[in-house]
Design a protein around this ligand. Structure first.
Ligand code: AMP
Ligand code: GLY
Length: 424
């Protein structure tokens, strides 16, 4: 079949790498893709949120399935756009409906869903510019640190964790009245701070049943020892050694099951990935967020561990036959280290020539922010390349990633040298 994949990051290169291994995939288009996807599929220079251009492409190329990588097109309603168009309604879109995507698009919607379905989450209340003073009073009833979350999509920057009460009140005013995050902070969720270890759970669902994918941990901060600014993610490890069967059972019965049942009870159409962000507080998993897509760079370690055909999985999602599939997982560990542009996550330069790609052995290079210019691969984003390796344990895998990184170069290249160290 002919498939279209939307997105341009490492997550999409990893999906593409896996999908083209499927005998079910005859042709793969990626919009807009990167230099990595260009080498294995056909890139089309269309934005994932330009639905009219996507429609034209889909009809022109007889595309039979659309897989959505990032959250933006989902929150903007690409699932519903296809469903409500006579010419497109028969083409499955892998991703939730617009209502389902609100789980990521609105923190308040997510909190209401969690509470309604009795899924463990931090206590909260939400406020607007009109109720900013009540918000300040609410902050005063909480213990430090204070967690402020912009309701809408804010490119991963909408969560503030503040230790001082006066400063928290000030920031609340900045968000609600000063529009610190634009429209995204028209509403703000104030949440109880949870003290514990973060972990993520990835689920694929057809809306009725689900498969839990391998666990993965990402490294969010720019600096070693988890210091400095938040990034999209600087590396990842799968599986997460401290997630045992007992914890996984709690996550499944208390969180995953009621989430999928919640979709059915609320009439939410959901055929795609659910990425559940959790904090493990004294062995009690508590939800801090939903994302309606796979994580990046977690995909770069989760997908390589899937032995099951990914296209077959997507077809089962589309046809609501996920229960007929058995997931097969590679026993090995996988790790990835992200090479980023100097300056990222603040200002950085693009267009740097990347050398050494041809010398990589025993690792997979997933392109995150690259493009081809006159047959040369150049950097085209903050996160540039993800170097994924397998090993019998994560130590062996990470060693391979770092050995291969030694062979790669671009001007001002930066990466964390401590991925996985906290797990030793
Ligand atoms: P989110 O965008 O919801 O994932 O939040 C970004 C980061 O803020 C998370 O990865 C956590 O590290 C942190 N965070 C979010 N909510 C809480 C909470 N209730 N307690 C402690 N940390 C939190
Ligand atoms: N790595 C975190 C995310 O994709 O949101």
């Amino acid at each position: 079949m002919t498939i279209l994949l939307l997105g341009s990051g490492g997550r999409e290169h990893a999906f593409a790498w896996k999908m083209i291994q499927s005998p079910l995939c005859d042709q793969l288009f990626v919009a807009p893709g990167n230099a990595g996807t260009a080498a294995i599929a056909t890139n089309v220079n269309i934005s994932p949120t330009d639905f009219d251009a996507i429609k034209t492409l889909v009809l022109q190329e007889n595309i039979e399935m659309v897989v959505v990588g990032p959250e933006d097109p989902l929150v903007k309603g690409i699932f519903d756009f296809f469903k409500n168009d006579d010419k497109l309604s028969h083409i499955p879109v892998i991703g939730p409906s617009k209502t389902g995507a609100q789980l990521e698009g609105s923190k308040e919607f997510a909190k209401e869903f969690l509470v309604k379905h009795n899924i463990p989450t931090a206590a909260y209340d939400s406020f607007t510019a009109e109720t900013v003073e009540q918000g300040c009073d609410f902050l005063a009833t909480l213990k430090a640190p204070y967690v402020l979350k912009a309701d809408g999509l804010a490119a991963g920057k909408g969560v503030l964790i503040i230790h001082d009460l006066a400063e928290a009140k000030e920031e609340l005013r900045n968000m609600l009245v000063g529009q610190k995050f634009g429209a995204a902070s028209t509403k703000v969720v104030i949440e109880e701070f949870l003290d514990g270890i973060e972990l993520s759970c990835f689920v694929l669902t057809d809306g009725k049943t689900y498969k839990i994918l391998p666990t993965a941990k990402d490294y969010k901060r720019i600096g070693e020892g988890d210091t400095g600014l938040n990034t999209g993610g600087m590396g990842a490890v799968s599986p997460v050694p401290y997630v045992d069967a007992v914890l996984m059972e709690k996550i499944e019965s208390r969180i995953v099951k009621p989430t999928i049942e919640g979709f059915q009870k609320d009439g939410i159409e959901y055929k795609g990935f659910v990425f559940i962000g959790l904090i493990n507080v004294n062995n009690e998993p508590i939800v801090i967020e939903y994302n309606v897509r796979m994580g990046d760079p977690e995909t770069e370690v989760v997908v390589p561990r899937l032995k099951t055909d990914l296209v077959e999985l997507f077809l089962a999602v589309a046809n609501e036959k996920l229960d007929e599939i058995t997931l097969e997982i590679d026993e090995r560990s996988a790790t990835t280290v992200m090479l980023v542009s100097g300056g990222y996550p603040e200002d950085y330069e693009k267009g740097k020539v990347i050398t050494g790609l041809e010398n990589i052995t025993d690792s997979i290079v997933f392109h995150a922010g690259t493009k081809l210019e006159n047959d040369t691969v150049i950097s085209n984003g903050g996160r540039v390349l993800a170097i994924t390796s397998y090993g019998n344990d994560f130590q062996e895998a990470i060693k391979k990633s770092y050995q291969n990184i030694d062979k790669l170069h671009f001007d001002k290249m930066n990466f964390r040298k401590d991925i996985g160290n906290d797990l030793l």
